[in-house]
Design a protein around this ligand. Structure first.
Ligand code: UDX
Length: 447
């Protein structure tokens, strides 16, 4: 690969990561081919339709499908003859029945791509993978690629957040590339020249560091959330205000206030599975104790969900059978329709399993939640959800829920009882209006 000649970029895998990366590369001026093995996905993306919710992304995809700069295909041979740089952005979900990362898709995509490539090219892994993967795949690529064609591999982890995926990809806070060769780093400098022109920090390193940066970042974020949630358990026991505590320690710039929001904890397609995969990988390396603290973080996180269910039982006198409970929010966070490992959905299912008549409302998540748990009662509006409710539980902090006031709900609910599992409402306001109002990290004693 020569510098300054990159025109054609392919992105293998068109999920959150791949679809976003493909659209953003087109926005940066490259010709882009998005590749997937699922023909239906390719058809809908080619029409500019996205199978998931991500603000700003459908518009960007349509813009570049229309401009002709962005196309989608299932044909790897075409891609192999065309692309200068190929990004691998397929998923690494948690193994079925295990805690490690399922590498099936990354392995298959890399092997097929290496076999299909018929001109000099750079393969760039973006997926979150166990440390050691890039070195293994580099050898695989060498083995599988055609004679006379120079194909090398680099690792370039992605830090995008769902809900801000386009912004995070176009304006990353840092770029990390792991390469075995300075020439490959130079190619990536070219690819990302726009961001580099804005002085985006550029961290060029080896494969292992690049892989570890990603899992270390997610492990740190998960730890930060579980750290404050562990203090929630303390303030629930002795009193105190968890939000004030977070504000106060957050003023210390060494600590920082972000990711210290106490509540029902983290979920989604990344943090939970990444901390489990990291522990598993480090265990495989013989370092059984090293990441054991992450197991504690996982447990603290899951106990928050228990706490919400326990509060519901406490408020409803231990008898959930037939009680109408409105669950507000089943996506793992706002601005997403992702319900993977969602705390809100987990809580809803557990309340339902205890016999409650659960009315679920989420502005974007009902469809995906219903695919997983069709028996829950899904409704199309906040009003429907809270009508005749014996208890309202706020589990995802959508703006629509954060703006709620007691006066909004009082004409509708059967009983003035509320659990704010994201600590986003004012306890004094709701208690002042005569509500039994519980939050996480606060003593709740009036039952
Ligand atoms: C995360 C990382 O932030 C991102 O860099 C990485 O690329 C992928 O994983 P994402 O899964 O989109 O991104 O979600 P994030 O915004 O990190 O939130 C994760 C979970 O933590 C959510 O369930 C959220 O509700 C929860 N959370 C977040 C808290 O409970 N408290 C907080 O203070 C912050």
């Amino acid at each position: 690969m020569m510098r300054g000649v990159i025109e054609n970029i392919s992105v293998i895998g068109t999920g959150y990561l791949g679809a976003t990366h493909a659209a953003c590369m087109a926005e940066l001026g490259y010709n882009v081919l998005g590749v997937d093995i699922d023909p239906e996905k390719i058809d809908s993306l080619s029409r500019g339709e996205l199978p998931f919710h991500e603000p700003g992304l459908p518009e960007l995809i349509r813009k570049h499908v229309d401009s002709g700069r962005l196309r989608f295909t299932t044909d790897l041979e075409e891609v192999g003859a065309w692309g200068d740089v190929h990004f691998i952005a397929v998923g690494t979900p948690q193994q079925a029945g295990g805690t490690g990362a399922d590498m099936t898709f990354v392995n298959a995509a890399t092997r097929s791509l290496a076999r299909a490539i018929s001109k000099d090219a750079l393969i760039v892994g973006k997926s979150t993978v166990p440390v050691g993967t890039a070195r293994r795949l580099a050898a695989l690529v060498e083995e599988e690629s055609a004679e006379g064609v120079r194909v090398s591999l680099a690792w370039n982890p992605e830090f995008l957040r769902e809900g801000f995926a386009v912004e995070d990809t176009l304006r990353p806070d840092r770029l990390v590339v792991g390469t075995a060769d300075e020439a490959d780093e130079a190619v990536l400098r070219d690819v990302y020249s726009e961001a580099l022109g804005r002085d985006t920090p550029w961290i060029a390193t080896d494969f292992e560091t690049a892989e570890l940066v990603k899992v270390a970042a997610n492990a740190f974020l998960a730890t930060k959330i579980s750290f404050i949630n562990a203090f929630s358990e303390v303030t629930e026991a002795v009193g105190g205000n968890i939000t004030t505590l977070a504000d106060a320690i957050g003023h210390d710039t060494r600590i920082g206030r972000k990711f210290l929001n106490a509540g029902v904890g983290f979920g989604g397609g990344c943090l939970p599975k990444d901390i489990r995969a990291l522990q598993t990988r480090v265990g495989e390396l013989g370092l059984d104790h090293t990441m054991r603290f992450l197991d504690e973080m996982d447990q603290i996180n899951l106990r928050r969900r228990d706490r919400v269910v326990n509060l519901a039982e406490q408020i409803l006198d231990s008898d959930l059978a037939g009680k109408r409970i409105a669950v507000l929010g089943v996506t793992f966070k706002p601005l997403s329709d992702d319900v993977r490992d969602s705390p809100g959905l987990d809580v809803a299912v557990r309340l339902f399993s205890s016999g409650a008549d659960v009315a679920v409302y989420d502005p974007e998540g009902n469809r995906n939640a219903a695919k997983r748990f069709p028996r829950l009662g899904y409704v199309d509006s906040l009003t429907e959800a809270v009508t005749d409710a014996d208890l309202v539980v706020l589990t995802t902090e959508w703006n629509e829920f954060k703006a709620l006031t007691p006066a909004d709900l009082e004409p509708l609910v059967a009983q003035k009882q509320f659990i704010d599992a994201r600590n986003v409402l004012s306890a004094s306001q709701w208690e002042g209006s005569g509500w039994r109002f519980a939050q996480l990290g606060r003593i709740f004693t009036d039952a």
